[in-house]
Design a protein around this ligand. Sequence first.
Ligand code: NOJ
Length: 571
Amino acid sequence: MTRPLLSRPDDGPTHSADWWRHAVVYQVYPRSFADGNGDGEGDLTGIIGHLDHLARLGVDAVWISPWYPSPLHDGGYDVADYCAIDPRFGTLHQADDLIGLAHDLGLRVIIDLVPNHCSIEHPLFRRALAAGPGSSERDLFVFRDGRGADGAEPPNNWPAHFGGSAWERVVGPDGVPEQWYLHLFTPEQPDWNWSSPAVAEMFDDILRFWFDRGVDGFRIDVADACAKDMTLPDLPDDAGSGMSGLDKFPGHPYFDRPELERIQRRWRAIGDSYADTPQGPRIFVSEAYLGPTPRLAAFTAPGRLHATFNFDALLTEWTYSSQRAMIEATLAGYGAVGAPCTWVLGNHDQPRVVTRYGRRVTGSPYTSAGLGRPSPAGPGADLALGRRRARAATLLELALPGGVYLYQGDELGLPEVDLPPEVLQDPIWERSGHTRKGRDGCRVPLPWSGTRPPYGFSPEDATDSPWLPQPGDWAGLTVTAQEDDPDSFLTLWRTALRIRRQHAALGDGRLRWDPDAPDGVLGFRRDPGFACWTAFDTGPIDLPVGARVLLASTPLTGGKLGPDQTVWLAR
Ligand code: NOJ
């Protein structure tokens, strides 16, 4: 079933046991990556057919967002069966092929684990509903009687992330309302009860199921929320929505609970038990919006998880002082526990990076206490400015010590799409009472080739249009259009990744701030012989004497560094 990892001709770090410390990981959102069968939705045939894009790009690994059977109430993060592939995406056999082919190309494969909740269509949840109050079946989830005389009030005041209460009342087959169940996300995503040993054991089996098929690691969804204070206390009135790291105060009843450590160590032990296989130990990267940095870094202490997404990189405003403070805090926080940093600029939950950076408000100011809620961005974006900044940010993050996560389409510089309300599928749209459009704007199917929709996303004889409409002006953004353009986003990414693979100074390691960098320029050096300079709102700036330009995020004018530019230097 699993094939041995084969070498890529220019193979870099993919084979080493600590590949995850410096890997560049490409996120595939399966529904929007490539459609092989013409039904308007991406699938495994599409991913397999485009793996060469990832290999040519030069990434080390692919992370595939949920591909499990799901009614898609939350884009697949509502899992109905953790050990199967959704028929709309393909089959288990194809998943095996995909893993093997990726390995043949020297790409590691990470998939999603969604341990906080499942789908209302998961057979165990259905059984729990049928079994009734007090049953062992219900103990796998968090069912409680309601408050008030007739139990009509939710058991506590916890909010759901996408709006409304975190409790949904069950209505029995006779039409009589009975208990409530907990769902931190949509009502279609019931939370597992991690204080039940049966839940922990079931997830052990899920990990082994995929590791045995050759998967190299898991991205852990909402990694800070599985464990709950099972006395289910009310939140204080000023607790906030939980959407920001700062809302997750120490002692919070469902974020960053001490019980998480045991769960993480248990997963790590299972990953480590594969040390003697050709691929070596399997890895875990956590998804959690949790601050300040040392708190999240604790997840990556020895014996816990390998890495965690650094969302501070994504949420911090594009200014010299905030970026520098964020980078210093990140290096210090993860360095203290011996874990690698990761640098993340985009994912399927956040507005596209070129649009964010083109707005007046580009993120939150970085403070040592952590980031607050991102400030309201306001309408409209200067996309030319956003692209220039996103290119500069790309070279900055690829030069920093650690690993990088790249969301599909960001290598093409895709903008956020302002979709019409009638096509929106993100539950945020409905749950927010039509006040927040949600995340569909960054999930629009990728443009591969051609001059009009579906831009090669679907085959020519497709029966259906892409599940979210692509804009009519994306002809210049396709992979084909960018391929041979020396100034394109794609060429920048490919060139940067080639240099990164070959340069001994890049990837894991250390940096030292460059004393020669003028005020307002974020400059650092890495040994041997590498420097990275980013200018924010200053310039033109002379480059250091004797330095040779390896790569510039946009062409230098008169050999000088200008505003919103990054340059890689040999020194
Ligand atoms: C984080 C995922 O990235 C997001 O898409 C999802 O809605 C929530 N977790 C709930 O699973």
